[in-house]
Ligand binder design. Structure first.
Ligand code: NAD
Length: 375
């Protein structure tokens, strides 16, 4: 299995490409045979000519690409799997939680499904981690987006005409996206505060020059993969109360608080947003998985009656498609390189391998991942 086909994305507003020409070139040199669907890179600024020069064959139609491919690469899962051949390895982001029907479809069709979100969070697999690579860019962009919508500037400015105080930014959830958001807001001169339920985060927040908001929630912690544990309803209530005051004094609130495989907790209720100042901007980066902000909408921004703007923080990495594609492609390259068997001139699919076993969901017409397996 060495024939790789890069598909053009069909999801609305998707701008990224899952492989960029420089990685196509490196994979070709390794022994993979590459084909690219015409126009696949245009949203990210890469032409068919650049892919061709990197060693790929350009295929105009999807069906033809499916007939060519042993391995299909794309950013998002497709609307339909019609035409994908049995035994093809399908690699993309794939929201596997709550998608049992779709997983079953891949199994029944005999497609080997790799969900990139399920790549284990180990040191070895870090370079294949699309969640981190994309979240860094999204966190950076969230601050730029908020700043562009704010009716004031970010830094302090002392002029003969008067002194402007710095914008106050509150970041809730300091994982990969939150850390980048803190760093970006600091660089723009804002006064930054942050909170996360994982105690290890306090030092990281301080090292970026931001203030850690202390909230005593009792027993907290993180999973062995570094993810937050789910809070009890009582803990969430304590957190909301403690945060309300900080939110009311903030010009920008960016929420990134997710819980892997579960709905995101609502951390800003309507009562809390009602107490915020007119002109403040909230960016809800967890909006797609339930939302941290009551009433936020992944599809549109909402201006509340009190003049607070609630902005959808969904898919912000798509607004910087060149870097997002380069990083996503780097993750795919690392995956294909890691599993390349140079003697067999093929990718090696071994469900017993820690990384492959962590993200391979279906194989041999069965759901093989233990988290989703039929009981
Ligand atoms: P994530 O996207 O699942 O969540 C974002 C943040 O929200 C996390 O920091 C989480 O603790 C926080 N959160 C959850 N509930 C909250 C609540 N009620 N209030 C406030 N904050 C809340 O997480 P992520 O950004 O993908 O990463 C989490 C951790 O995993 C980070 O420390 C990261 O460095 C680590 N990580 C490790 C690897 C690796 O070892 N390969 C790879 C990626 C990330």
């Amino acid at each position: 299995m060495n024939k790789v086909f890069l598909c053009k994305e069909t999801v609305r507003d998707e701008t990224r490409a899952a492989l960029v020409p420089s990685d196509v070139k490196a994979l070709s040199a390794m022994g993979y045979e590459l084909a690219v669907q015409s126009g696949a890179g245009l949203g990210a600024g890469y032409t068919d000519g650049e892919y061709e020069a990197a060693g790929a064959k350009i295929i105009p139609e999807l069906d033809e690409g499916y007939r060519f491919a042993d391995i299909i690469i794309r950013v998002n899962k497709p609307d339909s799997i019609a035409g994908i051949r049995e035994n093809t390895l399908h690699i993309s982001s794939f929201d596997v939680f709550g998608e049992m029907g779709a997983i079953r479809e891949y199994a029944d069709a005999g497609i080997k499904l790799v969900s990139l979100e399920m790549v284990p969070r180990t040191t070895l697999a870090q370079k294949m981690d699309i969640q981190s690579s994309q979240a860094s860019l999204a966190g950076y962009y969230a601050v730029l987006l908020a700043a562009s919508k704010l009716p004031k500037i970010m830094p302090m400015m002392m002029t003969p005409s008067g002194t402007i105080s710095p914008a106050r930014v509150f970041i809730i959830g300091v994982g990969v996206a939150g850390l980048q958001a803190i760093a970006t807001a600091k660089r723009l001169g804002a006064r930054v505060e942050a909170f996360d339920t994982r105690p290890v985060v306090e030092e990281q927040v301080k090292s970026l020059g931001a203030k850690f908001v202390k909230i005593d929630l009792g027993e907290m912690g993180q999973t062995d993969q570094g993810y937050a544990k789910e809070l009890t309803p009582e803990q969430i209530e304590i957190q909301r109360k403690a945060q309300a005051k900080v939110c009311a004094q903030s010009d920008i609130v960016i929420t990134t608080a997710k819980v892997f495989g579960r709905k995101a907790p609502v951390l800003l209720t309507k009562e809390m947003t009602a107490q915020m100042r007119s002109g403040s901007v909230i960016i809800d980066m967890a909006v797609k998985t339930g939302g941290n902000v009551e009433g936020s909408d992944p599809e549109k921004d909402i201006l509340l009656d009190n003049g607070v703007l609630v902005v959808s923080g969904d898919g912000l990495e798509r607004l910087v498609p060149k870097d997002a594609s380069n990083m996503f492609s780097g993750n795919i390259f690392a995956f294909l390189e890691h599993f390349w068997d140079k003697d067999a001139k093929s990718i090696k699919i071994d469900a017993g391998d820690e990384i492959m076993g962590g993200c391979l969901i279906t194989s041999d017409k069965k759901i093989i991942h233990e988290r989703f397996m039929d009981k």
